[in-house]
Design a protein around this ligand. Structure first.
Ligand code: G3P
Length: 215
């Protein structure tokens, strides 16, 4: 499972860029707004920091508007992936963009049926939102597991990005499904490295080392 960062905060991405663990980035209009900057400013900077796929979302809701926006976004850098909402007009746009060789990430996916349609329309990536499904009492990770099964069964090349991840447990459970990618908020990514026993164990090793010098 590849790791993407789910943020539009360039400083946070810079913090992780050198560690070699982050393969790509996903943004959305909420994350862009939270960054306090514009999409036009932020996306080129992210594309320079991270050579892998960087998702930038359209705000049009009609097919031709989405296609026009997508062309402009794709012209920013060759690693831009255009995020398209999973609505009828969106899937029409995905088909056109796939014909133009523009990579797409179908977002706001909440059901297996939506995922299949997105894949059949030619989406490069599809993003099930697991946290938001949990919020309404459903099992978001189960949707990802079902999608993995279906995509393998029908040999669909669309990659699955587990999105709307809220905690380390989500990451661990999504990993077990065989999802291609998890896009992880910075806070959760920071938590992922920590384990109480690692800290305790390291403190003990260092203490024993210091004691051994005293002879
Ligand atoms: O990748 C999608 C993500 O940004 C949405 O997360 O926590 O707003 O449901 P959340």
């Amino acid at each position: 499972m590849k790791i993407f960062m789910d943020t539009a905060n360039v400083d946070e991405i810079r913090e992780f860029a050198d560690q070699g663990i982050v393969y790509g980035v996903t943004t959305n209009p909420t994350l862009i707004a939270r960054s306090g900057r514009s999409q036009a400013e932020v996306i080129p900077e992210i594309c320079k920091l991270i050579p892998g796929p960087v998702s930038a979302e359209v705000i049009s809701t009609d097919c031709s508007g989405m296609v026009e926006e997508a062309k402009k976004l794709a012209a920013i850098a060759k690693n831009v992936v255009v995020k398209i909402p999973c609505i009828t007009e969106g899937l029409k746009a995905v088909k056109i963009l796939s014909g133009l060789g523009i990579a797409t990430n179908v977002t706001l996916v909440f059901s297996l049926g939506q995922a299949l349609l997105a894949a059949r329309a030619g989406a490069t990536y599809v993003s099930p939102f697991i946290g938001r499904l949990d919020d309404i009492g459903e099992d978001g990770v189960k949707l990802v597991a079902d999608m993995v099964k279906v995509f393998r069964l029908y040999q669909l090349p669309t990659q699955i990005i587990a999105a709307s991840i809220r905690n380390v447990d989500h990451v661990n459970r999504v990993m077990m499904t065989g999802a291609d990618i998890a896009t992880i908020p910075t806070k959760v990514l920071r938590e992922l490295i920590h384990h109480e026993l690692t800290d305790k164990g390291l403190a003990r090793f260092l203490e024993d080392y210091r004691n051994s010098l005293k002879g």
